[in-house]
Ligand binder design. Structure first.
Ligand code: G6P
Ligand code: ZN
Length: 559
């Protein structure tokens, strides 16, 4: 029998979850009691239901995951949790955690990841709490966790529990007069079984292997040494019969092999170059924890996440899951280009525009009003779970490619010809000093909301734009009427073009400025986004005085 020990502790400042959980450098998490305090605060925020409950625990394999799983096991035992379901070796992708919470109807889960941020001893770690619907905790819960962390005085732990997280099976412990169970599960099985229900695997297999009608479709899938490696192996190699050279970087590494595991044109340049130089029809990459995706076609034809969402929205009927559930509404985050809006209008579906952050989609899904949603930040997903899902997006694309017989580029071209095209780009200015960036945003907001701004005209490269709406975006959730204010500065022009500016909520140091540009063309659909958007970018730089405040004359990343 093991005893519960109460340890006295002092609060740390700044344990405030951002867009997606608490993210800090590893060296912050390893301070005495830092991690323990935050885990205890998560459990305290659930204190009415924690006794005897079941929680899921897993992470993306980055440095510190195993140590923190061990701490969670001991602290959960100290707080009367009945059972933990833990991925083998602490490995579970973020969408897999969401699925397992839902499948086994648990109270929630703790996800150990800093998503697409680099890993390793000198880089980032993160802890996120997901609720019983499988989705990231809503603002009121993360605020409560934060409040608790500012006043914490003690945590409860069972220090002498020894649990092997590398061995699949049940481990039972006696903690004072209660039983505490840890079940170590195969990290990929439940998720892969679910994908086989959602998609028509034999049809995708025929696409990849070829048939009398079509030559084999050659894919290249890149896990960027993140958590999706074992899932990719099981799905693409074992189930769909792909060869070893159809996948790359499928071994999860604690430092992602030095990669920045964010699937975009800059950080997944290796994949882009391999597809450009090789005989590939399709490429996909996923981030560290498996919820983001990037899709490219032959010759590395790039599909923007905003277009990817619109194309899938228009093609959901090819996917067995939606044949069963029907297609409810569509949604995107505010900065995401408005391509999906047009599909919603054409198909008569309900449409929602939410703030940045996947947590805002959950209520709409739970209320049965939302089937498919996405964000410009390389997130695409559906109501099959309550997280975005990188592998799901790749399988959804392969389903559409199999059903239509078209190439990636042909699908996009056809889509633009039917709906028009929203040209989109995002400029990131990473790790700028925080104070001047905050000041820039405040000054810009003042200028934008001053009388006379709406109606004013700006010109660049011979094009003139007249402002029709200027605000700091706020959102009222139509299900529970909760309000999220100050979600990004938005300038909309008379022709529907938009400039959006916000500060990233996922960084671990300094400020990252994001500038989003979206411009619609009804018939001129085959141009280059950078050329088409150059005038609006220059208007944005003019209005915000970004160069003056950040000292940067160019972005660090363009997507
Ligand atoms: C995470 C969230 C996404 C969100 C993104 C925004 O990936 O899960 O829902 O779009 O962060 O990041 P940012 O750095 O722009 O706040
Ligand atoms: Zn992620």
């Amino acid at each position: 029998m093991s005893n519960i020990v109460t340890i006295t502790t002092n609060p740390y400042e700044g344990q405030k979850p951002g867009t997606s959980g608490l993210r800090k450098k590893v060296k912050v998490f390893v301070q005495d009691n830092y991690t323990e305090n935050f885990v205890q605060s998560i459990l305290d925020a659930n204190k009415d239901s924690i006794k005897g409950s079941t929680l899921v625990v897993g992470g993306d394999g980055r440095y510190l995951v195993k140590e923190v799983v061990d701490k969670i096991i001991k602290i959960a035992a100290g707080n009367g949790v009945g059972k933990l379901i833990v991925g083998q070796n602490g490995i579970l992708s973020t969408p897999a955690v969401s699925h397992i919470i839902r499948k086994f109807k648990t109270l929630g889960g703790i996800v150990l990841t800093a998503s697409h941020n680099p890993g390793g001893i000198d880089n980032d770690f993160g802890i996120k709490f997901n609720c019983s619907n499988g989705g990231p905790a809503p603002d009121h819960t993360t605020n409560e966790i934060y409040q608790l962390s500012t006043a914490i005085k003690q945590y409860k732990i069972v220090p002498d529990i020894q649990c092997n997280i590398d061995k699949i099976g049940l481990q039972k412990f006696k903690v004072e007069d209660r039983e505490f169970i840890v079940e170590i599960i195969d990290s990929v099985k439940d998720y892969v079984d679910y994908m086989k229900e959602i998609f028509d695997f034999p049809k995708i297999k025929t696409l990849l292997q070829g048939s009398e009608r079509r030559k084999p479709f050659n894919i290249l899938i890149d896990s960027m040494n993140g958590v999706t490696g074992p899932y990719v192996k099981r799905i693409f190699i074992d189930e769909l019969g792909a060869a070893g050279n159809n996948v790359r970087r499928i071994v999860p590494l604690e430092d992602f092999g030095g990669a920045h595991p964010d699937p975009n044109l800059t950080y997944a340049a290796d994949l882009v170059n391999a597809v450009k130089g090789g005989d590939y029809d399709f490429g996909a990459a996923f981030d560290g924890d498996g919820d983001r995706n990037m899709i490219i076609g032959r010759d590395a034809f790039f599909v923007t996440p905003s277009d990817s969402l619109a194309v899938l929205a228009n093609n959901l009927h090819h996917i067995p899951y939606f044949q069963k559930t029907g297609v409810k509404g569509f949604a995107r985050s505010m900065p995401t280009a408005a391509a999906v809006d047009r599909v919603a209008a054409a198909t008569g579906k309900e449409f929602f525009q939410v703030p940045t952050g996947w947590k805002y989609f959950g209520n709409l899904m739970d209320a049965g009003r939302l089937s498919l949603c996405g964000e410009e930040s390389f997130g695409t997903g559906s109501d099959h779970v309550r997280e975005k899902d990188g592998l799901w997006a790749a399988l959804a694309w392969l389903s559409v490619l199999a059903a239509t017989g078209l190439s990636v580029e042909e699908i996009l071209t056809k889509h633009w010809q039917q709906f028009g095209r929203n040209y989109f780009t995002r400029y990131d200015y990473e790790e700028c000093p925080s104070d001047p960036c905050n000041e820039m945003m405040q000054e810009l907001e003042k200028r934008m909301t001053a009388p006379g701004f709406v109606g004013s005209r700006y010109s660049a490269n011979g094009k003139e734009y007249k402002v029709s709406v200027a605000d700091n975006f706020s959102y009222m959730d139509p299900v529970d009427q909760s309000v999220a204010m100050m979600q990004g500065l938005r300038i909309v022009f008379e022709d529907g073009s938009r400039i959006v500016m916000r500060l990233s909520g996922t960084g671990s140091s300094g400020a990252t400025v994001r500038l989003y540009i979206d411009s619609y063309e009804a018939s001129d659909v085959l141009g280059s986004a950078q050329e088409k958007l150059a005038p609006l970018i220059s208007v944005a730089l003019q209005i915000s005085e970004l160069q003056k405040y950040t000292g940067r004359d160019k972005p660090t990343v363009i997507t």
